[in-house]
Design a protein around this ligand. Sequence first.
Ligand code: SAM
Length: 325
Amino acid sequence: MLDAQGRAISYLRISITDRCNFRCLYCMPEHGLPWLPKAEILSYEEIAEVVRQLVPAGIRRLRITGGEPTIRPQLEILIGLLKTIPGVEDVALSTNGVTLAGKAAGYRAAGLDRVNMSSDSLRPDRIAAIARRNLGFDPIAALAAAERAGLSPVKVNVVLMRGTNDDEIEDYARLTRDHPWHVRFIELMPVGELRDLEWRHVVPSAEVLERCERALRGLVSADGTRPAGNGPAVYYRGAEAAGTIGVITPMTHTYCGDCNRVRLTADGRLRTCLFGTHEVGFRDPLRRGEPLLPLFRQALAEKPPEHHLLDMQNGGLRALSQVGG
Ligand code: SAM
């Protein structure tokens, strides 16, 4: 189905919880947020029903996210429900990786196609400092487990913060030389804990690419062989590297013209733009047994032409965890 700007919307990101076992410096306050009551959160069966109703409108690719989706019990049940809906081509997961070493094989067996792991450091002690939780896990072992389980492609999302983890850019670059993993550097965004973000904390993609190019002795465009996915990353590859480097640049570029996605919050609101306020309530009509397709059509007609990320500094979103970042 096309939205009012003629963009084909085929990708649904599904937040299944607003809770998280991390408290990342730039995302959630250390003491947490007021959590959604359980009764307001869609059950796995309700989520699957939303997807069943949206597939005829062209939704084909799904991502399970949060909060941290792996803290919701029996995630494998949801993966299995979604993967067996006729018309669903791809089910992906965004996770901080804490459970991956132990659970990647189970997620794969349930039908998960691929995984994006957020990891703002390759050093366990620094992860604990950024996440303000020490859950004692090794990010490299988590990524290796995902690869071994056959989740493919394996992507690593890194939010760079000047002075906090930007000294690891070269380490991440070298990771792509040795492993078929796809590292994506994401510019820090002024939402959540970081409404007071100053530009000096953002590490622009031009600098990231220059430093990766030096670390890998050359970098060529890999957009011709981009790893499977739906996102706005632009990809590069080091000479003879097994993986790629991508940059996602919400602060220095916009890519709303190619937007192919909408989001479902854990409490069943369809959000048409991550950095907007437009949303349509799905949960109550769903629970009353009403059809969702007319509401979906209306939502796409109203999807904003572009995001207003910089306005988010003035209010609205408290954290990406609330809408499924
Ligand atoms: N817990 C899951 C994870 O870790 O991937 C999914 C939800 S998390 C909110 C999704 C992504 O949003 C993570 O990669 C996180 O780093 C990113 N994120 C959250 N707040 C951000 C901000 N202010 N700027 C940039 N990225 C942010």
